[in-house]
Design a protein around this ligand. Structure first.
Ligand code: BGC
Length: 461
């Protein structure tokens, strides 16, 4: 996609007007056009196409990937209507009338395009960019190097209509305040560490307690709130951005200088692939994940309670009243946590809100059947209305199902309300450093932390 400077400015101005009127859920500017240039797709070795009625086997089947047909472009199609009235408060901060540099666009041989444009500045004046990547089927991925955040992911529905299916803000300003970790890369430790304390050998480390008595998502200033270095990446079948960040020894209380890399790629097989790597100079703990908030009906289209979810897990981790795992790996069978067969997220969510449960909905880690280190199907979600399907493959042993329980319509949460999105955060189990029997999150000098997750998109009529 080529965007002229004048068109870009008019798109930015148009989005600013919509945001200022506060009448629409956040949808960043720059609707995409689909390209139809021939390319040579290569079926990913990990692609599977499980039936909706059966949990997958642990071996992924290598059937024909369920790719999305090229669709005519709908550059000006509106975001889906919200089913509930929006709050009177503007959902997003006022966009600043910045004059961005003209975007640069590059193409590769497989009809992928990457466009880089200014996204604004952090509070200390550091410039931040927005990368827009489009694949040959017209899927659009927007990412920023602030927090290595997925800002937007546009995919077609069963009628070919594009919508952004990931919650976020239309401008950088929303991300600079404390927000619900929309689309963010989470580190050094995804989810909670009890009491903000853990030991390596005899040495005890103390972290910030930013979630009641516990440490959450890397602390006060986690990887979601730092500026990453960014490098555009192109392969025969994919394009994206490689983000790197060096976390200083002692940052947020964690030992060791940690060099972290996260590579986000949009492929021509309609996948968002995320690969994490890290090394350290002292023993430390690492558990990186991504915190996308998905709504397969389109961000702002209402609740996700009718989305049908399958999780390839026979066990989950019960939690205490502060959401720390008790240590038990409990069977899901016969409980509202059982998603071994596709089930509407909302079918039993009210049971999870009642004692003895302690949450406002699903906010639990599942013990995946797959073998750790092997990319295997972890979850599949279908929105029956739009026909959009998302499959999640991961090398991680766990997946956190969180259903936007704390979204309350406030501006700091983009105006989104409870259960307007679900998160499937692939990770090691919460509080692993304090549970020696959980898969280890310890990383030592000379070792390399490696993790991969693939979100694959398709439609089913
Ligand atoms: C946690 C939730 C938390 C949410 C947003 C999820 O990963 O499990 O408890 O509210 O992130 O921070």
């Amino acid at each position: 996609m080529r965007v002229t400077f004048s068109k870009y400015i008019s798109l930015v101005a148009c989005a600013a007007l919509v945001a200022a009127l506060g009448c629409e859920p956040p949808t960043p500017p720059g609707k995409s056009k689909s390209t139809t240039t021939a390319a040579s797709p290569s079926a990913p070795s990990t692609a599977t196409n499980p039936t909706a009625s059966e949990p997958p086997t642990t071996e992924p089947k290598t059937t024909e990937p369920a790719t999305i047909e090229p669709q005519p472009s709908e550059p000006d199609s509106p975001a889906p209507e919200a089913t509930e009235p929006m709050t009177t408060e503007p959902a997003t901060p006022e966009p600043k009338p910045t004059t961005p540099d003209p975007p640069t666009t590059s193409e590769n041989s497989s009809a992928m395009t990457i466009e880089k444009a200014a996204f604004g500045k952090t509070k200390d004046g550091t410039p931040v960019d927005l990368y827009t990547i489009q694949n040959k089927h017209g899927l659009v991925l927007k990412m920023t190097n602030y927090g290595a955040i997925v800002v937007d992911l546009e995919t077609p529905d069963k009628d070919g209509k594009l919508a952004n299916i990931q919650l976020g803000f239309p401008t950088l300003e929303g991300y600079l305040e404390r927000h619900p970790y929309f689309g963010a890369t989470i580190g050094r430790y995804g989810n909670r560490i009890a009491g903000g304390k853990f030991k390596i050998g005899d040495e005890e480390y103390t972290l910030a307690t930013n979630n009641g008595p516990n440490h959450l998502h890397g602390g006060e200033h986690g990887f979601d709130a730092v500026v990453w270095n960014a490098e555009e990446v192109k392969t025969d079948n994919a394009a994206g951005v490689k983000f790197t960040y060096t976390s200083a020894d002692g940052e947020e209380g964690y030992p060791g200088e940690l060099k972290a890399t996260v590579t986000y790629l949009l492929t021509n097989d309609d996948e968002l692939s995320i690969e994490y790597e890290a090394t350290t100079d002292k023993p430390t703990v690492v558990n990186l994940t991504n915190h996308c908030y998905w709504n397969l009906g389109g961000a702002g289209s209402g609740q996700i309670l009718d989305h049908e979810l399958m999780i390839a897990a026979d066990k989950y981790l019960p939690i205490d009243e502060t959401s720390i795992p008790t240590g038990e790996l409990a069977p899901v069978a016969g409980t509202p946590f059982d998603f071994t067969k596709p089930t509407a997220i909302g079918a039993r969510i009210d049971e999870v809100k009642q004692p003895p449960h302690v949450t406002k909905g699903y906010d639990h880690c599942y013990v995946l059947r797959g073998q750790e280190g092997k990319l295997e199907l972890a979850a599949r979600v279908k929105d029956p209305d739009s026909g959009r399907v998302m499959e999640v493959f991961t090398t991680e042993p766990g997946i956190q199902l969180y259903c936007g329980n704390f979204l309350d319509g406030s501006a700091s949460g983009g105006g989104f309300k409870q259960h307007e999105a679900f998160c499937l955060e692939t990770q090691h189990y919460p509080d692993s450093p304090n549970h020696p029997d959980f898969p280890s999150t310890l990383l030592k000098p000379g070792e390399k932390y490696q993790s991969k997750t693939v979100y694959k998109f398709s439609v089913e009529k």
